[in-house]
Design a protein around this ligand. Structure first.
Ligand code: HEM
Length: 127
C-alpha cells in the first residue's frame, strides 16, 4: 500500500473522508443541515489543516476549536459523534495509506478529537 507523502495524497484522503461524512447518518447533518458548509471552501481548508499537521507546511492559519463552538451551540456535539468521526477517519486513512505519516494522521486526529469532545462538553456545562 502507498505511503502518505504528498499534497495529492492529502487531497485524496480528505476528499474520500468527507464523501463518507457527507452521507453519514450519525454526523453528516452537522455539515449539511446545521453548518450548511460550502464544501469547496471546507475541503480546501482541510487540505491545508492536514498538510500543516503532517508535513509542517504552515498553510493553515485558523483556529479549529473555535470553529466548532457555534455548531455545538446549535446542536450538541457529543462524545459519540466524535468517536464516530474518528472511526470514519481511521478507516479512511487505513484503507488508503500506510507508514509513519498515516499513523500520525490517526494519532493526531485521535488527540484533537478527544480534546474537542471535552471542550464542547465543558462549553455546554458552562452555558
Ligand atoms: C463530530 C465531529 C465533528 C464535526 C461534526 C465537525 C464539523 C465541522 C463543521 C460543520 C465545520 C465547518 C464550520 C463552518 O465552516 O461553518 C468544521 C470545520 C473544521 N473542522 Fe470539524 N468537525 C468535527 C470534528 C473535527 C475534528 C476531530 C477535527 C480535527 C482533527 C476537525 C477539524 C476541523 C477544522 C480544521 C475545521 C476548519 C476550521 C476553520 O474554519 O478554520 N473537526 N467542522
Amino acid at each position: 500500500m502507498k505511503k502518505l507523502e504528498t499534497r495529492e495524497d492529502i487531497e485524496l484522503l480528505v476528499n474520500t473522508f468527507y464523501q463518507k461524512v457527507q452521507k453519514d447518518e450519525t454526523i453528516g447533518f452537522f455539515f449539511n443541515d446545521v453548518a450548511k458548509v460550502n464544501w469547496n471552501e471546507h475541503l480546501s481548508k482541510m487540505y491545508k489543516f492536514w498538510e500543516t499537521l503532517l508535513f509542517g507546511q504552515i498553510s493553515y492559519k485558523g483556529n479549529p476549536m473555535a470553529a466548532h463552538f457555534p455548531i455545538n451551540e446549535m446542536v450538541a456535539m457529543e462524545k459519540y459523534h466524535f468517536e464516530h468521526w474518528l472511526k470514519l477517519w481511521t478507516e479512511t486513512v487505513e484503507e488508503l495509506f500506510t507508514g509513519v505519516k498515516a499513523d500520525m494522521a490517526v494519532y493526531k486526529a485521535n488527540n484533537i478529537s478527544q480534546l474537542m469532545a471535552y471542550k464542547m462538553e465543558m462549553a455546554r456545562r458552562l452555558s
